[in-house]
Design a protein around this ligand. Sequence first.
Ligand code: MSP
Length: 504
Amino acid sequence: MRKTFYITTAIDYPSSEPHLGHAYEKLCADVLARWHRLLGDDVFFLTGTDEHGQKILKAAKRNGLKPQEFVDKKAEKFKELCKKWNISNDRFIRTTEPGHVKVAQEIFKKIFDRGEIYLGKYSGYYCTECETFYLEKDLDNGKCPVHGKPCEILSEESYFFKMSKYKEKILEYIKENQLSIWPKGKKEEIKNRLESELRDLSVSRSSFDWGVPVPINKHHVQYVWMDALLNYISGVDYPNEKFEKYWPADVHLIGKDILWHHTVIWWSILLSAGIPLPKTVLVHGFINTASGEKMSKSKGTVINPLKLAEKYNVDSVRYFLMREIPFGEDGFFSEQALKKRNNDELANELGNLVNRTLSMLERFNGGKIPSARTEPALTEKLNLKKIKKHMRAFEFHLALSEIMGFVKACNAFVNEREPWKKQGKELDGILYSLADSLRVIATLLWPFMPASSEKMLEQLGCWKQGLGECEFNLLKAGTQTKKAGILFEKIEAEERKTIKTSMH
Ligand code: MSP
């Protein structure tokens, strides 16, 4: 039986166009999903859109559309993002799908039947931007601590979930390391906040109707997080076979602003419903503007990932983000920095290695892989163990640095050995070593740059193999290679015009 690996991203609010932060999160999850596929795991990768709630309702009204029409239109943009960025999700879930609504209601009812949901009245602060209730003490000068916008004061009848009951249990789980929150600093953050207090959670709204109807009272809709979080189980067809196979999730990948929701709120819901808890909550950093500020629509600094993928080779953008930003830290995108990495590392090093290897194979051996073995001078330059260690520690930028170090070593090998001056067995050895090393490089780069990796493998006349077989000498002698096309175009200086989002 193959090991399963179930990975999810947060589901995005389709209240406006996707931005680079959404793309970055899907990219990080895609890298992990593909890496696990290379390791031979049975992977399920879920992403999607969070389509109910007041924020969406307001956005639909602003656009003069019914909420369902509005989300139908916007969800397409998020699907297009997945396609253009080559995200290998196995399913795209939308919370307005009847299957999801059914599960969300089922869980609400289950918790109600256990006596852990009661009717009351909510009076307090609410930020519609993050769809979150706040206590006065958590506000920042009366404003939402995440969005910096004034909070609404709500006063309405609401159902409450006895979340406070789970405080000690969750604290115990966190302290005993039974539940993993990565990076470690984030774990401390949650522990401290949880230790200070945990109140019951308002889990329904009665002042508007765009949401999952509360199964026991048709005048209420479920609080949007009490709906959205359940996508992680409805997305694998809870409670059926697929759920049995993949649950508990191995990784919930999220941004730092929604950690509380994915630990305390989500775990309490699961504990109450008697469902096992997920294994790891993995928190990535934020993509900010080059000056370190949050991307902002009003300032026009939001980067549109769909346009980015039209303007540049999407693999260059994928590579740039994963190589440039240490995972878990905040970072920024600039076209100047993208250009530098694309030109120096992808065009000059990797593209050049592919080009010269295939050209020499063509020139000296009619495009056929010779019969030989890869020289230790090259094999010893690749530290596969180290790459695996970095991937396990989510140090994607270091794994890439190690792989690209091997690319450099291959280029240096060509310069030192001067194959154009050699012939016979020696020439065969050099050509085989280079082609076989390229196969290994293409395989290791597949999670990061899948299209370029597949192109490289196709040019070498072979196909991606699992990581267990990523060792050398697997390229078959006599294989016909294809003449190289340009893998990575250089980005010219005048291409530095900044890409911004068109508002709607
Ligand atoms: N709908 C909720 C999540 C529900 S999950 C059950 C939500 N949506 S969101 O559209 O606001 O954010 C989706 C994801 O994008 C979150 O993980 C969030 O942290 C992430 N990001 C939002 N802005 C970001 C950046 N600027 N950079 C990186 N990720 C960012 O929250």
